[in-house]
Design a protein around this ligand. Structure first.
Ligand code: UDP
Length: 327
Protein backbone atom coordinates (compact mmCIF):
# COMPACT_ATOMS: atom_id res chain seq x y z
CA UNK A 1 0.00 0.00 0.00
CA UNK A 2 1.36 3.43 -0.96
CA UNK A 3 0.33 5.94 1.66
CA UNK A 4 0.31 9.67 1.05
CA UNK A 5 -0.21 11.96 4.02
CA UNK A 6 -2.79 14.61 3.15
CA UNK A 7 -3.01 17.48 5.62
CA UNK A 8 -6.32 19.28 5.32
CA UNK A 9 -7.85 16.22 3.68
CA UNK A 10 -11.21 17.11 5.27
CA UNK A 11 -11.20 20.52 3.58
CA UNK A 12 -12.24 21.69 0.15
CA UNK A 13 -9.16 21.06 -2.00
CA UNK A 14 -7.74 18.32 0.24
CA UNK A 15 -10.88 16.18 -0.03
CA UNK A 16 -10.78 16.39 -3.83
CA UNK A 17 -7.10 15.46 -3.75
CA UNK A 18 -7.90 12.38 -1.63
CA UNK A 19 -10.47 11.34 -4.20
CA UNK A 20 -8.02 11.42 -7.13
CA UNK A 21 -5.23 9.87 -5.06
CA UNK A 22 -7.50 6.93 -4.24
CA UNK A 23 -8.54 6.64 -7.89
CA UNK A 24 -4.84 6.53 -8.85
CA UNK A 25 -4.18 3.66 -6.41
CA UNK A 26 -2.69 5.58 -3.48
CA UNK A 27 -4.05 5.49 0.07
CA UNK A 28 -4.66 9.08 1.17
CA UNK A 29 -4.21 9.43 4.93
CA UNK A 30 -6.03 12.55 6.06
CA UNK A 31 -4.55 14.58 8.90
CA UNK A 32 -6.94 17.35 9.88
CA UNK A 33 -7.88 19.13 13.10
CA UNK A 34 -11.41 19.77 11.77
CA UNK A 35 -11.10 23.46 12.61
CA UNK A 36 -12.47 24.25 9.17
CA UNK A 37 -12.77 20.79 7.60
CA UNK A 38 -15.60 18.27 7.68
CA UNK A 39 -15.41 14.72 9.00
CA UNK A 40 -17.80 13.43 6.35
CA UNK A 41 -15.59 14.81 3.56
CA UNK A 42 -13.04 12.11 4.50
CA UNK A 43 -14.27 9.26 2.31
CA UNK A 44 -11.27 7.89 0.51
CA UNK A 45 -8.83 6.67 3.18
CA UNK A 46 -8.01 6.68 6.90
CA UNK A 47 -8.53 9.72 9.09
CA UNK A 48 -6.28 11.02 11.87
CA UNK A 49 -7.58 13.99 13.80
CA UNK A 50 -4.53 16.00 14.76
CA UNK A 51 -3.25 19.54 14.84
CA UNK A 52 -0.10 20.38 12.92
CA UNK A 53 1.16 22.27 15.93
CA UNK A 54 1.21 18.94 17.82
CA UNK A 55 4.59 17.50 16.84
CA UNK A 56 4.16 14.32 18.88
CA UNK A 57 0.94 13.49 17.09
CA UNK A 58 2.67 14.03 13.74
CA UNK A 59 5.55 11.73 14.68
CA UNK A 60 3.07 9.05 15.70
CA UNK A 61 1.17 9.37 12.41
CA UNK A 62 4.33 9.25 10.27
CA UNK A 63 5.38 6.16 12.26
CA UNK A 64 2.03 4.47 11.79
CA UNK A 65 1.68 4.99 8.02
CA UNK A 66 5.23 5.48 6.64
CA UNK A 67 3.93 7.71 3.83
CA UNK A 68 5.95 8.06 0.63
CA UNK A 69 4.99 11.72 0.36
CA UNK A 70 3.14 14.56 2.02
CA UNK A 71 0.55 16.78 0.38
CA UNK A 72 0.18 19.79 2.60
CA UNK A 73 -3.14 21.59 2.14
CA UNK A 74 -4.00 22.46 5.76
CA UNK A 75 -3.81 26.21 6.28
CA UNK A 76 -5.78 29.31 7.09
CA UNK A 77 -6.67 30.98 3.80
CA UNK A 78 -8.95 33.95 4.44
CA UNK A 79 -7.19 37.01 3.02
CA UNK A 80 -9.34 39.53 4.90
CA UNK A 81 -8.88 37.73 8.22
CA UNK A 82 -5.12 37.62 7.64
CA UNK A 83 -5.15 41.39 7.17
CA UNK A 84 -6.84 41.73 10.61
CA UNK A 85 -5.05 39.00 12.54
CA UNK A 86 -1.61 38.34 11.02
CA UNK A 87 -0.22 36.54 14.09
CA UNK A 88 -2.67 33.70 13.64
CA UNK A 89 -1.46 33.20 10.06
CA UNK A 90 2.18 33.09 11.07
CA UNK A 91 1.47 30.69 13.93
CA UNK A 92 -0.77 28.26 12.07
CA UNK A 93 0.52 28.42 8.51
CA UNK A 94 4.23 28.83 9.20
CA UNK A 95 4.43 27.05 12.57
CA UNK A 96 2.29 24.15 11.36
CA UNK A 97 4.28 23.74 8.15
CA UNK A 98 7.57 23.84 10.04
CA UNK A 99 6.42 21.06 12.37
CA UNK A 100 5.18 19.02 9.46
CA UNK A 101 8.38 19.41 7.43
CA UNK A 102 10.50 18.51 10.46
CA UNK A 103 8.36 15.47 11.18
CA UNK A 104 8.65 14.40 7.52
CA UNK A 105 12.44 14.71 7.61
CA UNK A 106 12.60 12.80 10.92
CA UNK A 107 10.53 10.00 9.36
CA UNK A 108 12.70 10.02 6.20
CA UNK A 109 9.76 11.02 4.05
CA UNK A 110 11.48 13.22 1.50
CA UNK A 111 8.73 14.24 -0.93
CA UNK A 112 6.59 17.24 -0.10
CA UNK A 113 3.84 18.84 -2.22
CA UNK A 114 2.93 22.26 -0.90
CA UNK A 115 -0.11 24.46 -1.52
CA UNK A 116 1.14 27.97 -2.04
CA UNK A 117 -0.71 30.84 -3.60
CA UNK A 118 -0.69 33.65 -6.16
CA UNK A 119 -1.18 35.90 -3.11
CA UNK A 120 2.60 35.58 -2.63
CA UNK A 121 3.01 37.87 -5.70
CA UNK A 122 0.98 40.74 -4.24
CA UNK A 123 -0.20 43.62 -6.39
CA UNK A 124 1.81 43.89 -9.62
CA UNK A 125 -0.11 46.42 -11.71
CA UNK A 126 -1.95 43.83 -13.71
CA UNK A 127 1.13 42.08 -15.15
CA UNK A 128 0.77 38.40 -15.93
CA UNK A 129 2.48 36.48 -13.16
CA UNK A 130 4.97 33.71 -13.70
CA UNK A 131 7.16 31.77 -11.30
CA UNK A 132 10.03 34.24 -11.75
CA UNK A 133 7.90 37.27 -10.85
CA UNK A 134 9.16 38.85 -7.65
CA UNK A 135 7.06 37.83 -4.64
CA UNK A 136 5.75 40.90 -2.80
CA UNK A 137 2.77 39.73 -0.71
CA UNK A 138 0.40 42.44 0.55
CA UNK A 139 -1.29 40.39 3.26
CA UNK A 140 -0.23 37.97 6.00
CA UNK A 141 -1.79 35.05 4.16
CA UNK A 142 0.54 35.56 1.19
CA UNK A 143 3.48 36.37 3.46
CA UNK A 144 2.99 33.19 5.49
CA UNK A 145 2.93 31.06 2.34
CA UNK A 146 6.03 32.75 0.95
CA UNK A 147 7.80 32.06 4.24
CA UNK A 148 6.99 28.35 3.96
CA UNK A 149 8.33 28.31 0.40
CA UNK A 150 11.61 29.74 1.70
CA UNK A 151 11.67 27.20 4.51
CA UNK A 152 11.24 24.35 2.04
CA UNK A 153 14.21 25.61 0.03
CA UNK A 154 16.35 25.55 3.18
CA UNK A 155 15.10 22.07 4.02
CA UNK A 156 16.09 20.82 0.60
CA UNK A 157 19.59 22.23 0.90
CA UNK A 158 20.19 20.86 4.37
CA UNK A 159 17.99 17.75 4.67
CA UNK A 160 17.33 16.79 1.05
CA UNK A 161 13.57 17.31 1.35
CA UNK A 162 12.31 17.66 -2.25
CA UNK A 163 9.26 19.80 -2.80
CA UNK A 164 6.81 20.66 -5.52
CA UNK A 165 5.29 24.02 -4.71
CA UNK A 166 2.03 24.92 -6.41
CA UNK A 167 1.00 28.55 -6.45
CA UNK A 168 -2.75 28.36 -6.83
CA UNK A 169 -4.82 31.00 -8.48
CA UNK A 170 -8.56 31.01 -7.53
CA UNK A 171 -9.88 27.51 -7.05
CA UNK A 172 -13.55 26.87 -7.81
CA UNK A 173 -16.03 24.14 -8.75
CA UNK A 174 -16.63 20.74 -7.23
CA UNK A 175 -16.33 17.07 -8.04
CA UNK A 176 -18.92 16.39 -10.77
CA UNK A 177 -19.83 13.18 -8.90
CA UNK A 178 -21.36 15.28 -6.12
CA UNK A 179 -19.48 13.49 -3.32
CA UNK A 180 -17.25 16.40 -2.28
CA UNK A 181 -17.41 20.14 -2.86
CA UNK A 182 -16.67 23.55 -1.40
CA UNK A 183 -17.90 24.29 2.10
CA UNK A 184 -16.17 26.85 4.27
CA UNK A 185 -17.27 27.99 7.66
CA UNK A 186 -17.67 30.94 7.53
CA UNK A 187 -17.83 31.15 3.75
CA UNK A 188 -15.76 34.00 2.31
CA UNK A 189 -15.27 33.02 -1.32
CA UNK A 190 -16.97 34.65 -4.25
CA UNK A 191 -18.66 31.76 -6.05
CA UNK A 192 -20.21 29.92 -3.07
CA UNK A 193 -21.38 33.24 -1.58
CA UNK A 194 -22.95 34.13 -4.89
CA UNK A 195 -24.72 30.78 -5.17
CA UNK A 196 -26.09 31.35 -1.65
CA UNK A 197 -27.42 34.73 -2.76
CA UNK A 198 -28.96 33.23 -5.91
CA UNK A 199 -30.60 30.57 -3.77
CA UNK A 200 -31.98 33.01 -1.21
CA UNK A 201 -29.74 31.70 1.57
CA UNK A 202 -28.23 35.18 1.82
CA UNK A 203 -29.95 38.44 0.94
CA UNK A 204 -27.33 39.46 -1.63
CA UNK A 205 -23.76 39.18 -2.84
CA UNK A 206 -21.70 42.18 -1.80
CA UNK A 207 -19.25 43.30 -4.47
CA UNK A 208 -16.13 44.47 -2.69
CA UNK A 209 -15.14 47.60 -4.56
CA UNK A 210 -16.09 48.89 -8.00
CA UNK A 211 -13.43 51.56 -8.22
CA UNK A 212 -10.40 49.44 -9.13
CA UNK A 213 -8.42 50.25 -12.26
CA UNK A 214 -9.94 47.48 -14.33
CA UNK A 215 -12.34 47.71 -17.28
CA UNK A 216 -15.46 47.36 -15.09
CA UNK A 217 -13.93 48.54 -11.81
CA UNK A 218 -13.98 45.13 -10.06
CA UNK A 219 -11.05 42.86 -9.19
CA UNK A 220 -9.79 40.31 -11.67
CA UNK A 221 -8.91 36.72 -10.81
CA UNK A 222 -7.84 33.58 -12.69
CA UNK A 223 -10.20 30.71 -11.78
CA UNK A 224 -9.15 27.04 -11.86
CA UNK A 225 -11.42 24.00 -11.52
CA UNK A 226 -10.63 22.07 -8.35
CA UNK A 227 -10.50 18.78 -10.29
CA UNK A 228 -7.88 20.23 -12.66
CA UNK A 229 -5.96 21.54 -9.67
CA UNK A 230 -5.82 18.17 -7.91
CA UNK A 231 -4.81 16.48 -11.16
CA UNK A 232 -1.74 18.71 -11.11
CA UNK A 233 -0.98 17.39 -7.62
CA UNK A 234 -0.93 13.82 -8.89
CA UNK A 235 1.49 14.93 -11.58
CA UNK A 236 3.56 16.68 -8.91
CA UNK A 237 3.74 13.45 -6.96
CA UNK A 238 4.95 11.58 -10.06
CA UNK A 239 7.48 14.35 -10.70
CA UNK A 240 8.98 13.80 -7.25
CA UNK A 241 8.81 10.03 -7.56
CA UNK A 242 10.78 10.28 -10.80
CA UNK A 243 13.44 12.29 -8.91
CA UNK A 244 13.05 15.39 -11.05
CA UNK A 245 13.89 17.69 -8.13
CA UNK A 246 12.21 20.59 -6.40
CA UNK A 247 10.15 22.89 -8.59
CA UNK A 248 7.61 25.72 -8.34
CA UNK A 249 4.55 25.79 -10.61
CA UNK A 250 1.77 28.33 -11.01
CA UNK A 251 -1.64 26.71 -11.33
CA UNK A 252 -3.82 29.10 -13.27
CA UNK A 253 -5.35 29.20 -16.75
CA UNK A 254 -3.96 32.53 -17.91
CA UNK A 255 -7.46 34.02 -18.31
CA UNK A 256 -8.70 36.66 -15.90
CA UNK A 257 -12.32 37.39 -15.05
CA UNK A 258 -13.68 40.33 -13.08
CA UNK A 259 -16.10 39.90 -10.19
CA UNK A 260 -18.85 41.31 -12.40
CA UNK A 261 -18.04 38.86 -15.20
CA UNK A 262 -18.30 35.98 -12.72
CA UNK A 263 -21.67 37.34 -11.60
CA UNK A 264 -22.90 37.49 -15.22
CA UNK A 265 -21.76 33.93 -15.93
CA UNK A 266 -23.45 32.69 -12.78
CA UNK A 267 -26.73 34.27 -13.77
CA UNK A 268 -26.42 32.55 -17.14
CA UNK A 269 -25.49 29.11 -15.78
CA UNK A 270 -28.14 29.04 -13.05
CA UNK A 271 -30.74 30.92 -15.06
CA UNK A 272 -31.44 33.06 -12.02
CA UNK A 273 -30.81 36.62 -11.01
CA UNK A 274 -27.95 37.43 -8.69
CA UNK A 275 -29.01 39.91 -5.99
CA UNK A 276 -26.15 42.39 -5.63
CA UNK A 277 -25.07 44.89 -3.01
CA UNK A 278 -22.24 47.35 -3.44
CA UNK A 279 -19.62 47.37 -0.73
CA UNK A 280 -16.27 48.99 -0.06
CA UNK A 281 -12.97 47.41 -1.05
CA UNK A 282 -11.92 44.44 1.09
CA UNK A 283 -8.64 44.84 2.96
CA UNK A 284 -5.79 42.83 1.47
CA UNK A 285 -7.27 42.39 -2.04
CA UNK A 286 -4.95 42.69 -5.04
CA UNK A 287 -6.43 44.34 -8.16
CA UNK A 288 -5.61 41.52 -10.55
CA UNK A 289 -4.04 38.09 -10.16
CA UNK A 290 -3.64 36.21 -13.43
CA UNK A 291 -1.06 33.57 -14.30
CA UNK A 292 1.24 34.16 -17.23
CA UNK A 293 3.08 30.86 -16.98
CA UNK A 294 2.99 27.76 -19.17
CA UNK A 295 5.42 25.83 -16.98
CA UNK A 296 2.86 23.41 -15.53
CA UNK A 297 1.75 22.65 -19.08
CA UNK A 298 5.15 22.17 -20.67
CA UNK A 299 6.92 20.43 -17.77
CA UNK A 300 4.16 18.54 -15.96
CA UNK A 301 1.91 17.95 -18.96
CA UNK A 302 -0.99 19.65 -17.16
CA UNK A 303 -3.98 21.03 -19.05
CA UNK A 304 -6.74 22.74 -17.07
CA UNK A 305 -9.39 21.36 -19.39
CA UNK A 306 -12.34 21.71 -17.01
CA UNK A 307 -11.51 25.27 -16.02
CA UNK A 308 -14.14 27.21 -17.93
CA UNK A 309 -16.25 29.55 -15.81
CA UNK A 310 -19.43 27.83 -16.97
CA UNK A 311 -18.19 24.42 -15.91
CA UNK A 312 -16.82 25.60 -12.56
CA UNK A 313 -20.01 27.44 -11.71
CA UNK A 314 -22.16 24.58 -13.03
CA UNK A 315 -20.39 21.97 -10.89
CA UNK A 316 -20.46 24.26 -7.85
CA UNK A 317 -24.17 24.90 -8.41
CA UNK A 318 -24.98 21.18 -8.61
CA UNK A 319 -23.08 20.59 -5.38
CA UNK A 320 -24.79 23.58 -3.80
CA UNK A 321 -28.24 22.37 -4.78
CA UNK A 322 -27.59 18.83 -3.58
CA UNK A 323 -27.72 20.20 -0.03
CA UNK A 324 -24.72 18.05 0.96
CA UNK A 325 -22.74 21.11 1.94
CA UNK A 326 -25.28 22.03 4.61
CA UNK A 327 -24.63 18.94 6.69
N1 UDP B 1 -15.45 39.08 -3.62
C1 UDP B 1 -16.55 39.92 -3.60
N2 UDP B 1 -17.57 39.61 -2.73
C2 UDP B 1 -17.53 38.54 -1.89
C3 UDP B 1 -16.40 37.70 -1.92
C4 UDP B 1 -15.37 37.99 -2.81
O1 UDP B 1 -16.63 40.91 -4.33
O2 UDP B 1 -18.49 38.36 -1.12
C5 UDP B 1 -14.34 39.39 -4.53
C6 UDP B 1 -13.01 39.61 -3.82
O3 UDP B 1 -12.88 40.97 -3.44
C7 UDP B 1 -12.01 39.19 -4.90
C8 UDP B 1 -12.74 38.09 -5.67
O4 UDP B 1 -14.14 38.27 -5.36
O5 UDP B 1 -11.77 40.27 -5.77
C9 UDP B 1 -12.34 36.70 -5.28
O6 UDP B 1 -12.38 36.61 -3.86
P1 UDP B 1 -12.29 35.22 -3.08
O7 UDP B 1 -12.48 35.53 -1.63
O8 UDP B 1 -13.22 34.23 -3.70
O9 UDP B 1 -10.81 34.71 -3.37
P2 UDP B 1 -9.39 35.41 -3.11
O10 UDP B 1 -9.05 36.11 -4.40
O11 UDP B 1 -9.49 36.30 -1.94
O12 UDP B 1 -8.48 34.24 -2.86
Amino acid sequence: MTNVLVTGGAGYIGSHACKVLAQAGYTPVTVDNLSTGWRDAVQFGPFEQADLLDREALDRIFGKYSPVAVMHFAALSDVAESARDPGRYWRVNVGGSLNLAEAAVAAECRHFVFSSTCATYGDQDGVLLDEETEQRPINAYGASKRAVEAMLQNFETVYGLKSVIFRYFNVAGASPDGDVGEHHRPETHLIPLMLDAIDGKRPALTIFGEDYETPDGTCIRDYVHVMDLVDAHLKGLEWLRDERGSRVFNLGTGSGFSVKQVVEHSAGVTNREVPIDKGPRRAGDAVALVSGSRRAGTELGWTPERSTLDRMIGDAWRWHQSGSYEK
